[in-house]
Design a binder for this molecule. Structure first.
Ligand SMILES: NC(=O)c1ccc[n+]([C@@H]2O[C@H](COP(=O)([O-])OP(=O)(O)OC[C@H]3O[C@@H](n4cnc5c(N)ncnc54)[C@H](O)[C@@H]3O)[C@@H](O)[C@H]2O)c1
Length: 335
């Protein structure tokens, strides 16, 4: 059985579907702090998953989990991931992300589970010195969220050396889109990501979409990011898991499309897909936003055999259908 921590959340739930489609048995462990019980209900309709409500910060919850289920490997998504909040309340992030992960790893060791795929982020690189970013780029995070993820990466390296706990670290870039059948999707509260925020400016009457900075040194002056589709990302997790089983070797991979898109380009696709003249306000730059971030993901393609298939257009299309179903009570038949 594969344990998925954070499987009630956005990326974790899409990975559950991918693994169910391949016949894996899944246990989802989640405290529902930012994940949703409705997502779990949908996953239970799709396949045979066990849901265990519990908290990584509670060692008894972890003990019960590992005691009651025969776990072969872990895919670890559970974390807090709001950059701004992490600057205001770093304690919350160090406790949940770092301490929670240490509890998980120590329980894994106790039960002799020695394989983990870990959700890291391009935020561990900080401000890029060279683009595209490859896995050897120096890591200098510029916020506590990125620091927590880099700390966990270092712990994983030490745990491999000392205890032979093998890990695949996936550093993802911006994640977008949802399940092709629109059964689950992105559902963060508050929502800080670009695409759902643009789409909410269509569905929420008084919301005006803000572009932070139009004077960057990029092709149209707005920030460039690399938007990887969530189903392609879920596939990367399955491939990483299978690579770990096959090779029993730790490794690190960037997961991105290798294409950068500006905020204005994303905005224009949203306008086209929603067929709406979305209200927009151009404002000052935000502190800490690098002008451009995009991946060199050749290593994942060569070693894991990862072959991302979805375009940014595909991601925005599914995100829009999901947004309509989730927040506007429109049934799947009506869209
Ligand atoms: N969304 C992105 O663009 C992005 C980019 C890079 C990395 N990541 C990383 O990917 C992972 C998943 O991100 P997401 O967008 O799906 O987030 P999410 O908030 O939707 O999912 C996280 C899940 O973890 C659960 N959780 C949090 N703390 C927990 C704890 N202590 N015990 C048990 N469950 C707990 C939450 O309830 C939630 O279901 C995170 O680790 C995040 O840092 C996300």
């Amino acid at each position: 059985m594969i344990l998925i921590t954070g499987g009630a959340g956005y990326i974790g739930s899409h990975t559950v579907i991918n693994l169910l489609n391949q016949g894996y048995k899944i246990a989802v462990f989640d405290n529902l702090s930012t994940g949703h019980i409705e997502t779990i209900d949908t996953l239970k309709d799709i396949g045979d998953i066990k849901f265990i409500q519990g908290d990584l910060c509670n060692i008894k919850d972890l003990e019960n989990l590992f005691c009651n289920y025969d776990i072969q490997a872990v895919i670890h998504f559970a974390a807090f991931s709001l950059v701004e909040e992490s600057c205001i309340n770093p304690k919350k992030y160090y406790i949940n992300n770092v301490m929670g992960t240490l509890n998980l790893l120590n329980t894994m060791l106790k039960y002799d589970v020695k394989k983990i795929v870990f959700s890291s982020t391009c935020a561990t690189y900080g401000v890029p010195k060279i683009l595209p970013l490859d896995e050897n780029h120096p890591q200098n995070p510029i916020n506590p969220y990125g620091n927590t993820k880099l700390t966990i990466e270092r712990i994983l390296k030490d745990y491999d050396k000392a205890y032979e706990l093998k890990s695949i670290i996936l550093r993802y870039f911006n994640v977008a889109g949802c399940d092709s059948l629109i059964r689950i999707g992105e559902w963060h509260v508050p929502e800080t990501h670009l695409i759902p925020n643009i789409l909410k400016s269509v569905t929420e009457k008084d919301k005006v979409f803000k572009i932070f900075g139009t004077d960057y040194d990029t092709k149209d002056g707005t920030c460039v990011r690399d938007y990887v589709n969530v189903e392609d990302l879920a596939e990367a997790h399955r491939l990483a898991l299978e690579y770990l089983f096959k090779s029993n070797k730790s490794d690190i991979f960037n997961i991105g499309t290798e294409n950068g898109n500006t905020v204005k380009e994303v905005f224009d696709i949203c306008k086209e897909i929603t067929n709406t003249n979305i209200k927009v306000e151009e404002t000052q730059r935000r502190a800490g936003d690098p002008p451009s971030l995009y991946a060199n993901a050749k290593k994942a393609k060569e070693i894991l055999g990862w072959n991302p298939k979805k375009t940014l257009y595909d991601s925005i299309k599914t995100a829009w259908l999901w947004e309509k179903i989730l927040f506007n009570n429109i049934s799947k038949e009506e869209i």
